[in-house]
Design a protein. Sequence first.
Length: 123
Amino acid sequence: NYGNWKVKAYFNEELFFTQAFIVEINLNKPTNLNIILNDTNNVNLTWNAVDLAESYRIYRNGNMISTTNNLYSIDNGIVPGESYVYKVIAVRGNRTSLINDGVSIDIPVDELPVPTIESIIME
């Protein structure tokens, strides 16, 4: 909730107060979630701002992995050969948005470099 409010008004120069009421804030879910694979060890996530959001919670495969005040996050906990689904929730105080639809990524397996032979020495 966004707080308890009372409205004061004057009628014929007499002061009146309304009963207290609560203003509810419904946060939109973050949109345009993008994922960029930096290498097989980390990914960058970005999304659009949500009006009135104070922070964002980032989820990987259903588990919260971080909270940020930014519109991006870096996940260093990925493993080559695994698949991940990322989702983001907007937060304001104790209020949260619905979780967004999420994006998925398959992390490629590191390929070992093919050794090259520079020279052969025969004795």
